[in-house]
Design a protein around this ligand. Structure first.
Ligand code: AMP
Length: 376
């Protein structure tokens, strides 16, 4: 006879690689995952029981009520009202407020400011007629970003003059936010998790390098950071999570200006800059997210050593060449190649930065230079 509580059934909204990796970790805890996505084929379907329905499909609520005990999401760009309705039938963690706020850049920035946390100056721009008032707040240069559906640098225009800002507003032609351009020393992120009982833990900071607005390489723990910087970043994540009553993982992207940690963006979910935790931390971001939303105790977030994660963007080097690198951990997402698309990632772990550099020297040529640059 077993004294285990029955395993909760976890439904993940969104069919991308984040849900796929979450599902892989759920299986190890004997938590059977379901993936809901509107596509016929989605990376997440290979790892879970697929429900290929639109989020606002009339049949979805009843189906989830019958088949799932907990709902979560792996992406913030979801139809809020449809997800709210699903959350009224099955417990939704994180809750609808985390989704509502982070799915809209303007609401997100207003929320960050209302928490008293520092960020670049910003102002709404619904069309060219708003540009002058917005520039008075942000100054130049600035970046115009769409309020919704922008990610990986998409829906963004960097502008240096008033004329460029007006042209960008005409071109984007949707409600947007103008944001002051930040001169930063580096980009960091903190991935944190909050349990159902309110306990907060976070992984060591990652230092992130982007290529064409898309995350390319993450190094963790971020070189040269001390416990004090991590504590400052964790305190910001904790403040946001408590204010949202967030349950699960939340990621905060930060600009380190040397003096300040300015908040760039919040993701109410597991994050690309936390993929290193799969092999480089005692408990991965995916496992801790599953633990949190299922009301289970959180695992240790300490790093095991030093890690570097390299995104495989646009096209894949031959699998054999990657697997020939000693100690390389390869994750492929089952996606077709397309320019700039995240097709997989590779992680190297070592005892320290010196060991990481040695391991990185054995990478195939296309990955070696950007990885060594990130480790310099
Ligand atoms: P986002 O999608 O908002 O995270 O932007 C993608 C990338 O563009 C960031 O990771 C930064 O490298 C850059 N970026 C975005 N906003 C700013 C800003 N206000 N100042 C400087 N760089 C920015």
């Amino acid at each position: 006879m077993s004294d285990h509580a029955p395993s909760p059934r976890l439904a993940i909204l969104g069919g991308g690689q984040l849900g796929r990796m979450m599902a892989f970790d759920a299986h190890r805890l004997d938590i059977a995952p379901i993936v809901v996505a509107p596509q016929e084929a989605a990376p997440g379907f290979a790892a879970a029981k697929p429900i290929p329905l639109d989020f606002d499909d009339a049949a979805l609520g009843a189906r989830l009520e019958a088949e799932a005990d907990v709902l979560t999401y792996e992406v913030e760009h979801l139809p809020v009202e449809a997800v709210r309705a699903l959350g009224e039938r099955v417990p939704l963690r994180p809750g609808i407020r985390s989704l509502e706020i982070t799915g809209d850049r303007l609401l997100e920035k207003q929320f960050i400011a209302s928490c008293g946390l520092p960020l670049a100056p910003f102002a709404p721009v619904d069309g060219p007629e708003d540009v002058d008032a917005a520039l008075a707040v942000t100054g130049l240069p600035a970046i115009l970003k769409t309020r919704r559906h922008g990610y990986d640098g998409k829906g963004q225009r960097r502008v240096s003059t008033r004329e460029e800002a007006e042209a960008a507003a005409r071109e984007l032609a949707v409600p947007s936010v103008l944001e002051g351009f930040v001169t930063f020393e580096r980009e960091l992120s903190v991935v944190a998790v909050r349990g159902l009982d309110g306990e907060v833990r976070s992984w060591p900071l990652a230092e992130n390098t982007h290529r064409d607005g898309i995350l390319h390489v993450s190094v963790a723990p971020a070189p040269g950071t001390d416990g004090a910087l991590h504590a400052r970043a964790e305190a910001k994540a904790k403040r946001l999570m408590e204010e949202l009553d967030h349950v699960g993982v939340l990621t905060v992207e930060l600009f380190d200006t040397g003096e300040q940690l300015l908040l760039n963006e919040i993701a109410p979910r597991v994050h690309n800059s936390g993929h290193w935790t799969l092999e480089g931390a005692v408990t991965s971001q995916f496992e801790n997210h599953v633990r949190a939303v299922c009301g289970l105790p959180l695992g240790d977030t300490a790093a095991r050593g030093a890690s570097v994660m390299i995104n495989l963007l646009g096209e894949l080097p031959p699998r054999e060449a990657l697997l020939a690198v000693p100690g390389l951990h390869l994750h492929l997402y089952g996606k077709a190649p397309r320019p700039g698309r995240k097709l997989g990632h590779a992680t190297l772990c070592a005892d320290d930065m010196g060991g990481l550099r040695e391991a990185a020297a054995r990478l195939p040529e296309a990955l070696r230079a950007p990885t060594l640059a990130a480790l310099a």
